[in-house]
Design a protein around this ligand. Structure first.
Ligand code: IPD
Ligand code: CA
Ligand code: CA
Length: 260
């Protein structure tokens, strides 16, 4: 596992260095959808990460946001968000990260989330704990929900699909201390692991948004599930992650109809 973690760290640092160097510079921005952007730096970061993985583990599979890769059916899948927080990046807001995880026979076993502007490297190996720059992480002990700081996000198709999280946002703004919308789901999860945020929920996320972050939360002693408490997988689109203590309260709010 150490070798795989090392691969993820090398790749995340390389992509992060590129992102930092090009931050607020000139780069091409394309629209994937009306509000969904992709920059040249997303693509270049993915190329760097994929090259690093390929050079060290040529037989492994890759599931990444910006390109499709030929399936090798190896049982080892690298799950890569080369730049999580693209909207922030494109607007010159220094809140974005690289997220890389390795799934072995369907189980996420290694993860890295790297915030290049703050040089914060979150690392995790299943069964060995979660770390930030080498320091062990534990989730917060804050409860009840009324005193909790939460984060969430909204899907890119929010204007056309009523399943857009607006109702939940309204309910949690009243039920919790506050709700943040930072714009990088992988960092939200890493911050739950670090005990800075107490909980997180979001729907319509992709495996690359959450694979590393969910393992960080679990290994920091937190809880992860779907919206009705079902076990959470990275291909699950409705995610709740918390310090554990407020998990049931979060699920109860999500179960309320309408604006509660
Ligand atoms: C997005 C961010 C955002 C979340 C979106 C994601 P991207 O990822 O994580 O916080 O709300 O759902 O798609 O597009 O910046 O990689
Ligand atoms: Ca993402
Ligand atoms: Ca991305």
């Amino acid at each position: 596992m150490r070798e795989y973690l090392e691969t993820a760290i090398i790749a995340a640092r390389a992509a992060g260095a590129l992102q930092k160097q090009r931050f607020c510079g000139e780069f091409v921005i394309r629209h994937k959808g009306e509000t969904d952007l992709v920059t040249e730096v997303d693509q270049e970061s993915e190329a760097l990460i994929v090259a690093t993985i390929r050079s060290r583990h040529p037989g492994h599979d890759i599931l990444a946001e910006e390109n499709e890769y030929l399936p090798l059916n190896s049982g080892f899948t690298w799950v890569v968000d080369p730049l999580d927080g693209t909207t922030n990046y494109a607007h010159g807001i220094p809140w974005f990260c690289v997220s890389i995880a390795l799934e072995i026979e369907g189980l996420v076993s290694v993860g890295v989330v790297y915030h290049p502007m703050l040089e914060q490297l979150f690392t995790v190996i299943r069964g060995e704990g979660a770390f930030l720059n080498g320091e062990r992480l534990t989730v917060s002990s804050r409860e009840p929900l009324k005193q909790a700081l939460l984060a969430t996000g909204f899907p890119y198709d929010r204007a056309v699909d009523p399943d857009n999280n607006f109702d939940n946002f309204f309910k949690f703004q009243l039920a919790a201390r506050a709700v943040r919308r930072f714009g990088a789901a992988a960092l939200d999860l890493a911050y739950v692991a670090a005990g800075r945020l107490d909980g997180f929920w979001e729907s319509k996320l992709h495996p690359w948004d959450v694979a590393a972050g969910l393992l960080l939360v679990e290994e920091a002693g937190g809880s992860v599930s779907g919206y009705v408490g079902e076990p959470c997988r990275i291909r699950h689109h409705r995610i709740v992650a918390s310090n554990g203590r407020i998990h049931q309260e979060i699920l109860a709010i999500l179960a309320l109809e309408g604006r509660g």
